[in-house]
Design a protein around this ligand. Structure first.
Ligand code: ME8
Length: 646
């Protein structure tokens, strides 16, 4: 995908019905388009990213009537919901088209005139089964026992004069185009669905509604008693916004679109109605149409009546914009359906974001502060197998991302990035820089380990930028980059050896704070203190100097497991910023391994190691209680691991 400079990339989302309150489904398509737009901009390509709102039609007309306002005023009020959500979610659209704008209405009118003059449109009388409350026609095949298949109310036969687009004649040409262009409609299952649909005869398309039934639409230029059917109006946004018939140079530059992103619900309207309209206009077809899958909410269809509509703005406020963006694209392959739950979102945040990438950055910066004078290390070549493996993984990451994003496999692209993050975390564990720092003879090895880790993080920060723009920028800031220092295209910047030495690193707040899941059903476990848990007398006084001898540190429990044949003991790995300590703790009667992982604790870090049940324990946790543990000491705020406790 990465080619010469100044290549163009034009990506669109559906234009959403302005009546709706934007929800997770709208956010999904728009975030995906944003990732593509940002990615192509980072390749120094010329990008046009279009989104907008669909503002004509019956639903808007009815809602406005109910409120006693004009339809345009109703649309003006609702469009803000979309525009402000896109701002909040860091959506970098270049244009936002509303179908009620003159620039759009003019083009729709001209398109209709062209089609009329080319005799692609004709008038005919249509007879069908009409559902009065829903104000729509059904065919004989569609009705069920004389009733509307949608609302189950009786339908009646109705004849109506309307205008039709000669869509049927394009069936073979469209089939041929799909067969000749393997990636034109994706994913493959949707391509097959369209090919299946085209095996039958293709009907002509009714493109008008009489004004006495619907007024809120663009009038047909050749018959003022009719307005344009909402789909023919809406689809034209993809060319009207790109300058069709208004700015030919611009249009020439952008059209055909590189990717139309839509949900699977509007596959046919795009794959068939839109593509055949373009054929009739003698315009080239878009390069790709991708119909993604559908989100359900905790196993249920999302609906206002069920009250389970997920508000993206609330999700962003609660969990962070980048975390929400990441979750939607990481959780399910783009073409598949997905199920949303806050528990799944929190699990992803805690494991992939707080634990994996957050931890990698924070421990590396702590090490640079301690062992590298707070500066990014000078380039050095390592020769250990793990050095070579880390360099290879990070240096080839760009190609993997490029391939996956050209297939719109967002989840796979993110998995590849996380693979490098995991390799880097393991590399630190194995390299144990905190041990290397103790011995002057291993100074050079320490330098290699620090340099390799920092290089890998730099590459990660470059490649997560399209997905999580704020987090990527914050990673760069903490790594010492000033804003806008990178001008090279991503394919050159995200390479091994590009980390400038001597940048002053500055560790900030945790990149992704860990989310403490609310304990819902089980009430807090009550522990009754035993007599010797609350001793009556105090130990003899000690001096402040004696107390200062204790090195108390904030730690995060990264892993916990039971120790065989020891009912009271758990084997823990506690992350204290620069290293992981193995601790044998007598807390198994109070905590299960599952509930303790991720907890912030206080570790006595300079206690001489002891061997318990044949296992070395490198420290002790502060806990309340005597023989029986009542609870572990923890914090009300999230504190970075390794911080001292006084
Ligand atoms: O159809 N899961 O607008 P619309 C995933 N105006 N994506 C979802 C979703 C869900 N549960 N719900 C909605 C229209 N979407 C027309 C489009 S285009 C020329 C005219 C997303 O407001 C998905 O992208 O009903 C779907 O195609 C779109 O919202 C439908 O938006």
């Amino acid at each position: 995908m990465a080619q010469s400079l100044m290549q163009k990339f034009y990506v669109t989302t559906p234009i959403y019905y302005v009546n709706d309150v934007p929800h997770i489904g709208h956010a999904y398509t728009t975030i995906a388009a944003d990732v593509l737009a940002r990615y192509h901009r980072l390749l120094n390509e010329n990008v046009f990213f279009l989104t907008g709102t669909d503002e004509h039609g019956q639903k808007v007309e009815q809602a406005a009537k109910k409120k006693g306002v004009l339809p345009k005023a109703h649309a003006d009020e609702h469009v803000v919901g979309f525009q402000s959500l896109w701002k909040k979610l860091n959506i970098s659209n270049d244009d936002f088209i509303r179908t009620t704008e003159d620039r759009h209405k003019r083009v729709v009118s001209q398109v209709l005139t062209q089609l009329w003059e080319k005799k692609e449109i004709y008038a005919d009388t249509y007879t069908g089964w009409y559902c009065l409350p829903d104000e729509r026609f059904w065919t004989e095949k569609e009705i069920i026992d004389g009733k509307c298949p949608d609302c189950r109310r009786p339908v009646e036969p109705l004849s109506e004069r309307n205008y039709f687009f000669k869509m049927g004649q394009y069936r073979d040409r469209l089939r041929q185009h799909i067969l000749e262009h393997k990636h034109f409609i994706q994913p493959e299952s949707r391509r097959n669905e369209v090919l299946g649909f085209l095996e039958n005869d293709l009907n002509d398309l009714c493109i008008s509604r009489p004004k006495h039934r619907l007024e809120w639409g663009i009038p047909l230029p050749f018959d003022p008693d009719y307005v344009t059917y909402v789909w023919l109006d809406a689809l034209v946004n993809y060319i009207s916004a790109a300058g069709y018939l208004s700015t030919p140079d611009q249009f020439e530059n952008w059209w055909p679109a590189d990717v139309h992103l839509v949900g699977k619900d509007i596959l046919t309207t795009h794959a068939v109605y839109w593509m055949t309209t373009l054929m009739a206009l003698d315009l080239p077809l878009p390069k790709k149409l991708f119909a993604h899958g559908w989100w359900t909410i905790e196993g249920e269809k999302m609906s206002k009546s069920l009250g389970n509509v997920v508000n993206p703005s609330e999700m962003a406020d609660t969990f962070g914009v980048d975390a929400f963006r990441f979750f939607l694209l990481r959780q399910v392959p783009f073409g598949n359906d997905g199920d949303f739950s806050q528990t799944a979102l929190m699990n992803r945040i805690n494991s992939d974001l707080a634990n994996d990438v957050g931890n990698l950055l924070s421990r590396t910066l702590t090490m640079l502060e301690r062992y590298s004078d707070g500066l990014t290390p000078v380039r050095i070549k390592g020769s250990a197998p793990e050095d070579i493996a880390l360099e290879e993984a990070a240096d080839t990451l760009f190609e993997k991302i490029d391939k996956n994003l050209s297939d719109l496999a967002f989840d796979k692209a993110l998995t590849e990035i996380w693979q490098v993050i995991r390799i880097a975390n393991q590399y630190i564990e194995k390299g144990a820089p905190w041990q290397l720092a103790k011995n002057p003879e291993t100074k050079e090895r320490l330098h290699v380990v620090l340099y390799y880790t920092t290089e890998a993080i730099h590459i990660v920060s470059c490649l997560i930028a399209p997905f999580m723009p704020d987090a990527a920028q914050e990673m760069k800031r903490q790594l010492g980059f000033s804003k806008k220092t990178e001008t090279r295209p991503l394919n050159m910047a995200a390479r091994w050896g590009n980390l400038p030495p001597g940048l002053p690193v500055s560790k900030g707040k945790p990149l992704f704070p860990r989310i403490q899941p609310e304990k819902k059903k089980s009430p807090p476990q009550k522990v009754t203190p035993k007599k010797n848990d609350v001793p009556a007398s105090f130990k003899p006084s000690i001096s402040i100097e004696d107390f200062a001898k204790l090195d108390l540190r904030v730690g995060i429990i990264r892993s916990a497991e039971k120790i065989k044949k020891a009912n009271k003991l758990l084997l823990l790995h506690v992350d204290i910023g620069t290293e992981n300590r193995q601790v044998v703790a007598g807390i198994a009667t109070r905590y299960t391994p599952e509930e303790i992982i991720g907890k912030e604790v206080v570790l006595i870090a300079n206690l001489k190691p002891a061997t318990i049940m044949g296992i070395e324990s490198q420290g002790m946790l502060l806990a309340a209680g005597g023989k029986a543990v009542l609870g572990l000491a923890t914090f009300t705020e999230e504190i970075p691991p390794g911080a001292t406790v006084r």
